[in-house]
Design a protein around this ligand. Structure first.
Ligand code: ADP
Ligand code: MG
Length: 228
């Protein structure tokens, strides 16, 4: 639990920072991007330099976007939702990428899964993050299995099992730290956002892994967050 505390403290600080900084950066960034695009079209432009600038600007934009999502005081709207529908929806979204990566996604569920009181868009974001990580960990293809299980009377477990490269034990504590990424094009924000959203749902997100075997991400959600 010390570990959990540490993580949520950090999230609170980062959230506050994100709100201010991301917003201030976005406007000048848009202006710079516009002018770089103009330069790209002009005579004698150093095309290869300009291209690097544009792709780096895209990267900054992506990070800012993720930060704004994280920080935005969204009008949260908790509603009873069918988890299976929600997951089928998400699978459809990542399906193209899965097919390209030669990955099969399987969804299996207990029969008695009740509706969950949740912020649908935020939960979708968590599931997309987790599934994308799984896909990105499986360059040679394989299978991702999603189990939806009745954990107990009050809670549901959504378990994502991949057959990816895995995560060494000593790196597990780093997951969810801002900017922790092992990917060339990663932002290291996906899991941080996911932890934050699941915390807000009074749920728990945990990761276990074995190198070269795969990773399991468990999301436990209360059926009724008000009772928690
Ligand atoms: P990003 O995907 O941008 O790197 P995330 O916060 O989503 O940021 O993930 C952080 C890091 O955690 C990843 O770079 C990767 O090293 C590791 N990771 C997360 N999920 C998995 C997974 N399913 N398999 C292997 N590594 C993972
Ligand atoms: Mg990610």
């Amino acid at each position: 639990t010390e570990e959990l505390l540490r993580k949520s403290d950090k999230l609170a600080v980062v959230g506050q920072l994100a709100a201010g900084v991301a917003h201030e950066i976005r406007n000048p960034l848009t202006a710079i991007k516009g002018f770089v695009q103009l330069i790209a079209k002009s005579e004698g432009a150093k095309k290869e330099y300009v291209e690097i600038m544009l792709s780096e600007l895209d990267r900054i934009e992506l990070i800012i976007h993720e930060f704004l999502v994280l920080a935005k005081p969204q009008a949260v709207n908790y509603q009873q939702k069918n988890l299976l529908h929600l997951l089928q929806n998400i699978i459809a979204i990542v399906e193209t990428q899965a097919i390209m990566n030669n990955v099969q996604i399987l969804l299996t569920a207990d029969a008695d899964i009740p509706s969950i009181e949740c912020e649908e868009n935020q939960l979708k974001q968590v599931f997309i993050n987790v599934l994308k990580n799984a896909l990105e960990a499986m360059p040679d293809g394989g299978q991702i299995t999603i189990f939806v299980l009745r954990a107990d009377e009050d809670r549901v477990l959504i378990r994502f099992v991949d057959e990816g490269v895995g995560i060494p034990d000593e790196r597990i504590p780093k997951l969810g730290e801002p900017f922790y990424t092992t990917k060339e094009k990663g932002t290291g924000l996906g899991l941080m956002i996911s932890y934050k959203i699941i915390n807000e749902h009074k749920g728990e997100l945990s990761v276990s892994s074995q190198v070269n075997v795969g990773t399991t991400v468990d999301v436990v959600l209360p059926i009724d967050r008000k009772l928690k």
